[in-house]
Design a protein around this ligand. Structure first.
Ligand code: HEM
Ligand code: HEM
Length: 135
């Protein structure tokens, strides 16, 4: 049943692919299509948040089954990420509704989303270190 612990990392890896695609197409403006960008972005934010919930459930399950996991840094970074993702989504949606503020918001949106991908990489490293120990 230890395979259950893979659900969260695999789900987060799928979310990461969507985020990275959006970041690269946004920064380079190559193959940039706003409706694909908004949908892919929504999948990224939603799946990552849902995945965080799944991570908490998986960790509780591991504790119950006496499988030791030290997720302290991962947990703190996850809380920071929830905030970052909320800001990324807010600036993105605000750009769609307030066209006159788009130029200012674009800078924030860009840097907030770059930060979210950087923290995601930290999560992947801290998560995989624990995953290897759990197996
Ligand atoms: C709810 C989801 C999202 C919405 C509504 C949204 C909306 C937007 C809008 C309206 C633009 C400006 C497009 C234009 O100038 O015509 C933009 C640009 C951009 N977005 Fe998003 N976005 C979302 C998610 C994301 C995600 C998940 C990432 C990356 C992880 C991302 C990265 C970028 C980048 C890098 C740009 C270009 C910034 C620049 O030109 O400097 N966005 N987004
Ligand atoms: C590919 C990247 C990631 C990997 C490899 C990973 C790995 C893990 C592992 C091994 C666990 C322990 C439970 C389990 O095995 O399922 C865990 C827990 C958790 N993960 Fe991740 N994770 C990743 C990304 C993320 C991201 C992006 C977030 C947040 C947005 C997140 C939030 C959490 C939370 C909140 C927990 C529970 C921590 C606790 O309750 O102590 N993870 N993760």
């Amino acid at each position: 049943m230890k395979e259950i612990l893979f659900l969260h990392p695999v789900g987060q890896a799928c979310a990461f692919a969507c985020g990275l695609f959006n970041l690269l197409t946004g920064l380079t403006r190559r193959m940039f299509n706003l409706s694909i960008h908004v949908n892919c972005g929504a999948i990224y934010y939603f799946t990552t948040l849902l995945g965080a919930g799944l991570g908490i459930i998986a960790t509780k399950w591991a504790e119950k089954n006496s499988i030791p996991a030290n997720m302290e840094i991962h947990e703190i970074a996850a809380m920071a990420m929830v905030l970052i993702l909320a800001m990324g989504a807010t600036t993105g949606l605000a750009m769609l509704t307030k066209r006159e503020k788009r130029a200012t918001l674009l800078k924030y949106h860009r840097w907030i989303n770059i930060l979210s991908i950087v923290v995601f990489c930290v999560q992947a490293i801290t998560g995989m270190v624990q995953l290897v120990k759990l197996l």
